[in-house]
Design a protein around this ligand. Structure first.
Ligand SMILES: [Mg+2]
Length: 211
């Protein structure tokens, strides 16, 4: 008998791709600053006190990101095991790439291809707020570094694996406690992602809802 596979939606920037680090390197170089990744208590580089003192605006950051995606070899994988993990996950899951990235879809496809990431569908939406919506209605589990996406997923009755980052640590620790029964599961990285998603009882639980 045919059973629909559960679907996962994987974010690109800072979930699979080292975008923030590359952007910081470029910003620090251009503005002679020394903003470190672990200092980022906000997702937005321009909100960092050093950025504000140095006149680094959201527009500067956007320009840097656009430039990085044009030369996408500057953006490396967060974990070299990601392509292999996703390849294994495709046995049990439909794999969508769910992103609101500033890059063009073609640039994203090129980056995914260059990094040997296989997937079933690229869902490129216009804003973070649209990541959990009609275009991703098929997604059961979101994998994202954005606490906003994780919370939207939870409110929509879905699961989210929230990749822990300096900017979401406070949020991740709030949900850590109830995560055993809740729908937001904070994870340290891709080792945890594969452990949770490849767990037979997790797949079974998701599949039950789909039947
Ligand atoms: Mg992201």
């Amino acid at each position: 008998m045919f059973h629909k596979k559960p679907a996962i939606g994987i974010d690109v920037a800072d979930t699979m791709a080292c975008v923030k680090e590359a952007a910081l390197a470029s910003i620090n170089n251009r503005f002679h600053t020394d903003i470190k990744m672990h200092h980022l208590s906000s997702f937005n580089i321009e909100e960092h006190p050093i950025s504000q003192r140095s006149g680094i605006t959201a527009e500067h950051v956007r320009d840097v990101l656009k430039e990085l995606w044009r030369e996408n070899s500057a953006i490396s994988l967060i974990d070299p095991a990601i392509p292999e993990i996703i390849r294994r996950l495709r046995r049990d899951y439909h794999v969508s790439i769910t992103t609101a990235n500033d890059a063009k879809s073609r640039q994203l496809e090129e980056w995914l291809g260059a990094n040997n990431i296989c997937y079933d569908m690229l869902v490129h939406v216009g804003s973070t707020g649209a990541k959990v919506g009609p275009e991703t209605a098929h997604v059961d589990v979101f994998i994202d570094d954005s606490e906003v996406v994780a919370e939207m997923a939870m409110l929509a009755g879905k699961h989210a694996l929230l990749i822990e980052k300096p900017w979401n640590m406070r949020f991740a620790s709030i949900y850590g406690e109830e995560s055993k029964m809740g729908r937001i599961i904070p994870v340290k990285g891709w080792k945890d992602v594969s452990k949770i998603l490849e767990d037979a009882s997790f797949i079974e639980e998701l599949s039950k809802v789909l039947r």
